[in-house]
Design a protein around this ligand. Structure first.
Ligand code: FAD
Length: 321
């Protein structure tokens, strides 16, 4: 069976959910081979095996983690030359997209970014067919790469991770890094301040606040915490300086697809919808019954979020105790 490379997205050996999604997609296309960069591969093995990696290529050359992305692209080029994969899947985040672009140039291959679905193409080894959502979700585009090794970056929540339970073999792989790739050294890196809440793109429940909060995210955070949810924000809230940009949901923010998305004081502009419309269940709280968000929702509450959210928080807390 043909190899499909999946670049593992991890934090010190803790595999991110997006990698479980990529492995699930890779199984549709061929034999999933995980490429792990950095220390901690042993910590990652159970998660990689759980989602079907049959092999893990471990790259531990310290140059790969001491510099910005250029060495990683060189390393993947060398792995691809050896394994001759039929596709390479990478998470659609800022780093993943830069690696993918550099790799596409090196391999003289086509690149598709921000896929929201990837399916097997026609015939054995046929180029995968990707789906992209473009123009703020107004159009869906199906495409496939016709030149070189298909390189595809995939957005979070493009697939539900499906367990496969394999025991992957680990292969240490030596890569060389050119001096040209070692020009931007990482001098310091700090994890984002821990909030104790789930990561926005991985959360099963998200409670988001918009301009209707008037800048007070207290009720949004309290309701999120009662549900064990992540907090999101509309661009209006972020642009007003009420919440950090890292939490913005939408076209120019994060794309999310939780089981439950609660939009509080958010009108439902097309650019916000682009980031959350694939959520399984959508609930909106808005004091304007004509707000466009109500066209999208499964449940709507017409009311003042400063009253509705505390009442809902109280009810959830009461039911939990
Ligand atoms: P508003 O549209 O002002 O809506 C506020 C809502 O709160 C209203 O519906 C109002 O009825 C309600 N409300 C007010 N007070 C209360 C209350 N007390 N209780 C309950 N409800 C109340 N937006 C994004 O969100 N994400 C993006 O990534 C994004 N990218 C963009 C990219 C581009 C190129 C452009 C042009 C725009 C982008 N936008 C994005 C902005 C988008 O067009 C909207 O301006 C924005 O989403 C509006 O945010 P909002 O719904 O919080 O504010």
């Amino acid at each position: 069976m043909s190899n499909v490379l999946v670049l593992v997205d991890h934090a010190g050996g803790k595999v991110r959910k997006t990698t479980a999604e990529l492995l699930t997609i890779a199984r549709r296309l061929g034999e999933p081979v995980a490429v792990y960069i950095g220390d901690g591969v042993q910590d990652a093995l159970p998660a990689l095996g759980q989602y079907g990696a049959t092999k893990v290529i471990a790259l531990t050359n310290p140059d790969l983690t001491q510099f910005l992305v250029a060495p990683k692209a060189e390393a993947l080029q060398q792995v691809a030359a050896k394994l001759e994969p039929t596709a390479i899947l990478i998470s659609s985040n800022a780093e993943g997209k830069e690696i993918a672009a550099r790799l596409a140039v090196k391999l003289d291959s086509g690149l598709i970014t921000d896929a929201v679905d990837v399916q097997a193409g026609d015939g054995a080894g046929g180029s995968p067919v990707t789906t992209q959502s473009v123009f703020a979700g107004n159009y869906t585009v199906q495409a496939k790469i016709t030149h070189g090794t298909p390189i595809i970056t995939v957005k979070p929540n493009a697939a539900s991770p499906e367990a496969a339970e394999t025991t992957p073999e680990v292969e240490e792989f030596d890569v060389s890094v050119s001096d040209a790739a070692k020009t931007a050294r990482i001098t310091d890196s700090k994890p984002r301040e821990a909030t104790g809440r789930p990561e926005l793109t991985e959360a099963a429940i998200i409670v988001s606040g918009g301009r209707g909060t008037g800048g007070d995210f207290g009720p949004v955070e309290a309701f999120a915490d009662s549900l064990g949810a992540a907090v999101g924000a509309s661009r209006a809230a972020v642009d007003s300086g009420w919440y950090p940009h890292a939490y913005q949901v939408g076209q120019t923010g994060k794309t999310v697809s939780p089981q439950l998305y609660v939009a509080a004081g958010i009108s439902g502009a097309i650019q916000h919808r682009a980031g959350m419309q694939t959520s399984k269940t959508i609930v909106a709280i808005n004091k304007d019954e004509e707000a466009p968000i109500f066209e999208l929702v499964d449940f709507g509450v017409v009311g003042d979020l400063h009253k509705v959210l505390p009442a809902a928080t109280e009810e959830v807390t009461k039911r939990k105790s």
